[in-house]
Design a protein around this ligand. Structure first.
Ligand code: ZN
Length: 111
């Protein structure tokens, strides 16, 4: 499987500043880190970010209930990813999600 580390999930820009995503996850959820592997293919992606029963625990934080379609699940998965990777963000802070992660989210919840 092509799961080598891709550049897109190693660094990311937030308000023009470069952050190392893996280091941020290591602070938030050290048990989930898998060294030397594209984070889109970490076990935590399947267990958490792409897993509807895990996502359901966050509906009341981020979405209206009931969830109606993949647009809702796609949006929720993006929000849960940033919460998982970066913790609670200030209001209005927007984070660009790594391309490889976006790809997996959109494969799971096709729009
Ligand atoms: Zn990647």
């Amino acid at each position: 499987m092509a799961e080598s580390v891709c550049e897109c999930c190693q660094t990311i820009k937030i308000h023009g500043m470069i952050f190392n995503v893996v280091e941020r996850i290591r602070e938030q959820n050290p048990q989930d880190v898998e060294e030397g592997k594209c984070l889109a293919h970490w076990k935590a992606m399947d267990k958490k970010i792409l897993n509807i029963s895990y996502l359901q625990g966050y509906i009341s934080d981020f979405c209206k209930d009931p969830m109606e379609n993949n647009v809702d699940w796609f949006y929720l998965a993006c929000r849960v990813f940033t919460r998982w990777a970066f913790g609670v963000l200030g209001r209005g802070v927007r984070i660009q999600i790594p391309e490889c992660v976006m790809k997996r989210i959109s494969e799971t919840f096709p729009l």
